[in-house]
Write a protein that binds this ligand. Structure first.
Ligand SMILES: NC(=O)c1ccc[n+]([C@@H]2O[C@H](COP(=O)([O-])OP(=O)(O)OC[C@H]3O[C@@H](n4cnc5c(N)ncnc54)[C@H](OP(=O)(O)O)[C@@H]3O)[C@@H](O)[C@H]2O)c1
Length: 210
């Protein structure tokens, strides 16, 4: 698929790009800065032209993936909302509010993903995923021993994203409607606490009993 990673110059964006390039998806790196997008695209082994401004990346893709810090989620979505109509947006945003990132702090909309859906309206299918995966591990060649909870209101769109999760070498699970994204988003602060208190680099989650 032609996937635009919006904010794809950052840690998670580069990690997902690395994995999806390996499974032959066509990746577009989006950024606020044209030169930066092109530079990162090249550093990932892509053609320079695969790096572009977020707005152009959103226009050109079949499916978009948002990987920017929570504080900038609303601004970027408002700037590209028209280009995302009738498309799937994978939202990986975790509503972390530094410095208290070990504390679950949810937005008044309920979760970052619900906020994204409110901003974009129902013509964009927001699917939430990847909140509990370490970007550092994704950028490495290591196997990532962490499952991905995938939530969203449209079963078909959720299934599409689960295929992409699996293509990234991870195991994706249908975790219910978008309102359930709150669990995955909140879990990130739990995992950060576990990392800190148990001196672990990348704790993750695994569905058992299967
Ligand atoms: N890091 C992880 O391990 C991880 C894991 C799971 C989920 N997440 C979530 O994924 C999201 C991205 O995390 P990250 O660690 O990749 O973040 P990051 O590296 O700090 O930032 C990602 C990109 O966001 C863009 N950005 C920064 N300020 C912006 C603004 N004002 N407007 C628009 N774009 C802006 C930047 O791209 P340009 O400068 O090129 O525009 C930057 O490269 C966050 O919501 C995070 O909670 C992260």
């Amino acid at each position: 698929m032609k996937i635009a990673i919006l904010g794809g110059t950052g840690a998670l964006g580069k990690g997902l790009a690395t994995r999806w390039i390996k499974s032959n998806h066509e990746i577009i790196i989006g950024s606020r800065k044209f030169d930066k997008a092109q530079h990162i695209a090249q550093s990932l082994g892509l053609d320079k032209s695969s790096g572009m401004l977020n707005i152009d990346a959103a226009k050109k893709c079949e499916i978009a993936c948002l990987t920017v810090p929570y504080t900038h989620q609303e601004d970027i979505l408002r700037s590209i909302e028209d280009s995302l109509k009738k498309k799937i947006l994978i939202d990986a945003t975790v509503p972390l509010i530094p410095p208290k990132i070990m504390r679950v702090q949810l937005p008044q909309e309920g979760s970052a993903a619900l906020k994204a859906q409110l901003i974009l309206g129902e013509s964009t299918k927001v699917i939430s995923a990847f909140q509990n995966i370490s970007a550092e591990l994704l950028q490495s060649t290591q196997e990532v021993d962490c499952d991905v909870l995938v939530t969203g209101n449209n079963f078909e769109a959720r299934s599409t994203v689960i295929s992409l999760v699996n293509d990234a070498g991870l195991k994706g699970w249908h975790a219910g409607p978008l309102c359930n994204s709150v669990a995955a988003e909140a879990l990130t602060s739990v995992l950060i606490s576990i990392n800190k208190n148990h001196s672990i680099d990348h704790s993750g989650i695994k569905i058992t009993g299967i």
